[in-house]
Design a protein around this ligand. Structure first.
Ligand SMILES: C[S@@+](CC[C@H](N)C(=O)[O-])C[C@H]1O[C@@H](n2cnc3c(N)ncnc32)[C@H](O)[C@@H]1O
Length: 210
């Protein structure tokens, strides 16, 4: 990262910690050019991330652990971590290049309540978390033209496998567990979750286990 980008991520985090909302373009300025081009289609807008994190941190746990399923360059976790210092945010991401960007941003953010795992969601134990964020992570398997790049195998079968895995994990969690989905048809959400709130033209959906 350049000195300018390091200053930029520090400034974005400081704004969030003061309760201000940085522009998405301010976040973009922290990223390499080849990652920046995906912002509008693949990374959560700041104001959406704030609402999602508010719901996920507003449950019965005083120190909730939140998982971003497919965390990209880490935007949701960094926003959440800056705003909710009592919570812990973990992002899991399969694209190594994005994991590298997320780690660099985190290293320069000063946050100690965020972590990133580089790997596949199938290797994560959902029982270790109380809140989950999903920005339509498996859609690219249904619509390969929407994919960020060709670094992973795209196959419609993976969509069913990943959604089924997430659904099964969520189904087994304790009552009160919370999930936020942004876009997508809710295929990952088991029937024992209630839809308790919607926002941003109903693209953001808040779910809670009965
Ligand atoms: C739409 S982006 C959302 C990024 C981030 N959550 C955000 O809101 O800014 C979805 C991400 O999920 C990742 N992803 C998709 N399937 C995955 C899997 N099986 N395991 C880990 N990451 C995955 C993709 O590589 C992509 O970066």
């Amino acid at each position: 990262m350049s000195q300018q980008q390091i200053q930029q991520i520090k400034s974005v985090i400081a704004q969030l910690q003061q309760g201000d909302l940085p522009l998405d373009s301010a976040f973009d300025a922290c990223m390499p050019m080849d990652v920046r081009r995906h912002t509008s289609t693949h990374f959560t807008p700041v104001e959406v991330a704030v609402e999602a994190a508010k719901f996920l941190c507003g449950g019965q746990h005083t120190k909730p652990k939140i998982l971003d399923v497919g965390s990209g360059m880490g935007k949701f976790c960094l926003v959440g971590g800056a705003m909710f210092e009592q919570a812990h945010f973990t992002g899991v991401e399969q694209r190594k290049s994005l994991c590298g960007v997320a780690d660099q941003l985190l290293d320069n953010s000063g946050l100690n309540n965020v972590g990133f795992l580089c790997g596949n969601i199938m290797n994560v134990r959902f029982a270790d978390f109380q809140g989950f964020y999903l920005y339509n992570p498996f859609y690219e398997h249904l619509q390969p033209f929407s994919a960020m790049d060709e670094s992973i195998d795209l196959d419609a079968d993976y969509y069913e496998i990943y959604c089924g895995f997430v659904r099964k994990q969520l189904q087994a969690l304790p009552k009160g567990s919370r999930v936020v989905t942004y876009f997508g048809g809710g295929e990952e959400i088991p029937l024992n979750y209630d839809l308790v709130n919607q926002a941003f033209n109903n693209d953001l959906k808040c779910w809670q286990k009965r």
